[in-house]
Design a protein. Structure first.
Length: 202
């Protein structure tokens, strides 16, 4: 009689342990598969890989400091072949950059309303009010500017206005070296300041 009671208690206990084990297994499997990003309010096609706020950074290549970046918001996106998106950095709220020469002296100051950096192509793309000042004190103004670090070339199909101590120049299809000391236009117009005292008399 006692043995029958013992066997009668064992069966519910065995069933309970099997049930708990099954629940734990199911729960464990569910934790390994988080819900899709879309159900969390995130778009997997546009989600960024990294975000940094209030950035002041020195960027170096091969141990040589090339430029200083200052920006309020820095987004990093990985490449996505499905939506044909290149890996890039995005600065939506402005970018300030100082480029250094081989002596670590500031050679160029650049400021833009927004910017992209296409990491695979090493190509900067500046938008909005783009202002540049070189070491000689010349100012360059445009609304679109590209800087190809592989080719060491700066260019834009947009119009550019240059103010130098000697003259003002306006043109389009602009190309320059990285220091903004040698540049050309493929179509330009200009004005040169003339000292009245040195002008020929009638």
């Amino acid at each position: 009689m006692g043995q029958d009671k013992h066997k009668g208690l064992q069966m519910p206990l065995i069933f309970l342990w099997l049930l708990l084990g099954g629940l734990l297994t199911v729960s464990s499997c569910q934790r390994k598969q988080p819900p899709p990003l879309s159900k969390m309010g995130l778009d997997p096609e546009t989600i960024y890989a990294m975000y940094t706020k209030d950035v002041r950074a020195l960027v170096a290549d091969s141990g040589i400091t090339q430029y200083r970046l200052i920006t309020s918001d820095w987004y990093v996106y990985n490449g996505n072949e499905r939506v044909e998106r290149e890996a890039h950095w995005y600065f939506p709220h402005g970018l300030y950059c100082e480029q250094f020469d081989e002596r670590d002296s500031t050679a160029v100051f650049v400021k833009a309303d927004s910017a992209f950096y296409w990491t695979d192509r090493k190509l900067w793309e500046l938008h909005g009010e783009v202002n540049i000042r070189n070491r000689e004190g010349s100012h360059f103004y445009t609304h679109l500017l590209y800087w190809n670090q592989e080719e060491k070339r700066i260019y834009t199909p947009d119009s550019v206005w240059i103010q130098t101590p000697e003259r003002d120049i306006k043109g389009c299809n602009f190309e320059s070296n990285e220091l903004f000391t040698r540049y050309i236009f493929h179509g330009s117009s200009g004005q040169m300041l003339v000292n009245d005292e040195e002008s020929p008399k009638e």
